[in-house]
Design a protein around this ligand. Structure first.
Ligand code: ATP
Length: 362
């Protein structure tokens, strides 16, 4: 297959059959991943799923038990970290506390024996890139968390690495800084066109920043796709529940041919069903909070429920509803809801059958 092999040759990063065991415990299981030049990739998953171990193997802090890691077509699997030409940013800024911002950024260049004048020029360029011009002489303790992390980013980029590896770089920052740094990192990454791998447990970060997201669970990548694919067409039950909010209704299949099912208070029609189901099978119907509307709309699945909670989140109003025995969550733009329902009220809701994921009940 010519197309596939040329894609491989162009891959900025290629993990092939990578397994990592600690003692008898397999924490990364047969991982295959190809990243294109200039892509921003997130590795997303819950604590302990193995995402940091993947990053540490790419960086060279761990070696794979089996399998290969190629960067720009070169097998780096057994090379030391300093032989891989990578830039790294960690959660704990890891700046040298006794060095100014400028000295931190220039440190690697000095080690690489770059001429002083070139170092000065590069450091100025990098600090400008991250918006810290004027703070060159400050020491880390004189900088905010967000500024320290921007110094760390400038330091990681100073040697013009082949790839940038980011290990939860925003987790230690407060919410507002985290949001603005997200955008800044993505802007800088796009400007430089540098291939980037970002490890996070925060689905919102992964969805909002990435070209593609690899969702990991117990050592495996369960889905590798664009944020929209991951959100709209989750490949597994785990991906569906880990990414985004999902309400699940229990249902029983009435007729596989017409896709009709029975839910607590109603019969729903025209659902897209997975293959191989039979009449009477127990199903789970999953739906995103923004795919549900208040009121009875023709052609949609109409259900009736009781409001148990109303939360105001600025642009969005989040309503919890009991339908049968299940709690479901509905998000509506503030501007689209003239008067939010109140607790205890009985309301009709409508769901477009096409926006439901139908799964076999567990
Ligand atoms: P977190 O977000 O909590 O850091 P993670 O998804 O990054 O989690 P890893 O740090 O990659 O997960 O760890 C995956 C598994 O490997 C965990 O069960 C962890 O305990 C184990 N592990 C990691 N490093 C080692 C090690 N050096 N020796 C033994 N076990 C390890």
């Amino acid at each position: 297959n010519l197309v596939a092999s040329s894609a491989k040759a162009n891959a900025a990063l290629h993990l092939s059959g990578v397994i990592k065991r600690f003692g008898g415990h397999e924490v990364v299981r047969n991982l295959d991943l190809e990243v294109r030049k200039g892509e921003f990739i997130s590795v997303l998953g819950p604590s302990g799923c193995g995402k940091t171990t993947v990053l540490r193997m790419i960086a060279g802090f761990e070696y794979p038990t089996t399998g290969r890691i190629l960067i720009d077509g070169r097998d780096v699997s057994r090379l030391r970290p300093d032989q891989r030409n990578l830039g790294m940013v960690f959660q704990s800024y890891a700046l040298f506390p006794n060095m100014s911002a400028a000295a931190n950024v220039g440190f690697g260049l000095k080690i690489a024996a770059m001429a002083d004048r070139d170092i000065q020029r590069r450091v100025a360029e990098m600090l400008e890139l991250v918006g810290l011009t004027g703070l060159e002489r400050r020491f880390p303790y004189e900088l905010s968390g967000g500024q320290q992390q921007r110094v760390a980013l400038a330091r990681a980029l100073a040697k013009k690495p082949a790839m940038l590896l980011l290990d939860e770089p925003l987790s230690a920052l407060d919410a507002k800084i985290r949001l603005s740094l997200r955008e800044q990192i993505r802007e800088i990454q796009t400007e430089l066109g540098i291939t980037t791998l970002f490890v996070t447990h925060d689905q919102e970060e992964a969805l909002s920043m990435s070209d593609r997201v690899a969702v990991m669970n117990s050592g495996r990548v369960e889905q590798f796709g664009t944020p929209l694919e991951i959100y709209n067409r989750p490949a597994t039950r785990f991906v569906a529940s880990f990414v985004g909010t999902l309400s699940v209704l229990k249902a029983t299949l009435l007729d596989p041919a017409s896709g009709s099912v029975e839910v607590a208070t109603a019969t729903l029609k025209n659902l897209e069903l997975p293959q191989g189901l039979a009449r009477g099978d127990h199903l789970s119907l999953a739906v995103r909070p923004e795919a549900i509307r208040f009121g009875a709309r023709k052609g949609d699945a109409i259900l009736r429920g009781k409001v148990t909670g109303v939360g105001f989140y600025g642009s969005v109003i989040r309503v919890r509803l009991i339908v049968g025995n299940e709690t479901i969550t509905i998000d509506t733009f503030n501007t689209q809801l003239s008067s939010p329902p109140s607790r205890g009220q009985d309301v009709d809701i409508s769901i477009d059958p096409k926006s439901m994921f139908v799964m076999r009940a567990e």
